[in-house]
Design a binder for this molecule. Structure first.
Ligand code: BGC
Length: 363
């Protein structure tokens, strides 16, 4: 059993790729089932996720890695996600323009949360006291290339849609979860987004574009903050990690509920390269490997973290947390491992909370 969980071929050179896909599509696949779910919501077809999809039949079986059925399922899920990317935005914009007056939020404390992902940018208005979304969750595809100006234009459009739906005050803050390090409102790394974000004064630029208070926060930190407050981490003391698996692997460290920001454990070196190249959800899809083989790679990453930090708990977030039965039982770390609870919403909710906190501490 043990040996089965450790593929002899962790390197991509040896792992068969099911089929060449454009790099863009590979990235899009990364957000996994979460994206399928959010699109289903827009289409009014909740529940029709990849889980129920028929296996694809158009690829030769020998093109797949060890567990053919699972690899096929992964490829199918990836393609669905890619296809599920039509920009329904324009239709939604038109609908919003014809909708009635924006709904009042009756004195609720609200901020807008935005989550910049590899394939989609999602946003909603969030009740800061309950963590509930008080608008629809809106989504547009991440522009390619994902340069700051284009991403900011997409965010402006999302906020316009939210504003057409619920009444926002001029001071309603915006929190933006970003897939990289942020210090002092400046984006410092850009592993999976356009290099134009390197050392970009993002808080200031977004405040100019959106004309409201804006604060960026690392996306994993945002998801962690939300899970600790409203989700799987409620009441959990000691050392807790939120590991988010999407285009990259994000990590957020909490000690007795306090966040240590910008921990970049996705970029630990394992087997001579960035750990996220094997442990991210995108890695499973890109390499066309089985859940089992991918779980072994993820396990290796978690074991490396465990050796250094000895956490009590790992909370696994990202779209794959919906399929936790496929990989959590295969992990061998000592710490407890549980799926995140807020799924798709954690990044949005946590970004909104972080923006509110920054605003309050600023003044
Ligand atoms: C980035 C992290 C981010 C993670 C998940 C990594 O490549 O460096 O900052 O949290 O991806 O998006």
């Amino acid at each position: 059993m043990e040996s089965e969980t450790h593929e002899p071929a962790p390197d991509e050179a040896q792992a068969p790729e099911p089929e060449r896909r454009p790099a863009e599509a590979e990235l899009e696949a990364a957000e996994s089932e979460a994206e399928a779910e959010s699109t289903a919501e827009v289409a009014g077809a909740a529940g029709a996720g990849a889980d129920t999809a028929a296996p694809p039949v158009d690829k030769p079986a020998e093109a797949f890695a060890p567990d053919e059925a699972e690899a096929a399922e992964a490829a199918e899920a990836a393609e669905e996600e890619v296809e599920a990317e039509p920009d329904e935005g324009l239709e939604e914009d038109k609908a919003a323009a014809h909708a009635g007056p924006a709904r009042s939020l009756d004195g609720r404390r609200v901020a807008i949360g935005v989550d910049i992902g590899g394939s989609g940018i999602k946003a909603a208005a969030v009740d800061l006291d309950t963590g509930e979304l008080v608008s629809q969750r809106h989504r547009v595809p991440t522009p390619q290339p994902s340069a700051p100006a284009a991403v900011m234009a997409s965010i402006a459009r999302l906020i316009k849609r939210i504003g057409a739906e619920v009444q926002l005050g001029p001071d309603t803050a915006v929190g933006v979860g970003f897939p990289g390090v942020i210090t002092g409102g400046v984006t410092r790394t850009a592993a999976n987004v356009d290099p134009g974000w390197l050392d970009f004064d993002a808080d200031a630029a977004m405040q100019r574009v959106l004309r409201r208070p804006v604060h960026l926060i690392n996306d994993a930190d945002a998801a962690g903050v939300a899970e600790m407050r409203f989700g799987a981490g409620v009441g959990r003391l000691g050392t807790v990690f939120l590991i988010t698996l999407g285009t990259g692997t994000g990590s957020a460290l909490f000690y007795n509920g306090t966040l240590v920001p910008n921990l970049e454990l996705g970029h630990m070196e394992i087997r001579g390269r960035d750990a996220e190249k094997r442990s991210a959800a995108a890695a499973r899809i890109r390499r066309g490997i089985s859940w089992k083989a991918w779980a072994a790679d993820l396990d290796e990453h978690l074991l490396a973290i465990e050796r250094l930090f000895w956490p009590q708990l790992f909370i696994i977030g990202g779209g794959v947390s919906k399929r936790s039965e496929k990989f959590i039982p295969r992990l061998t770390v000592r710490a407890e491992v549980i799926p995140a609870r807020l799924l798709n919403d954690a990044g949005i909710v946590g970004a909104a909370m972080a923006a509110d906190e920054r605003e309050r501490s600023a003044g």
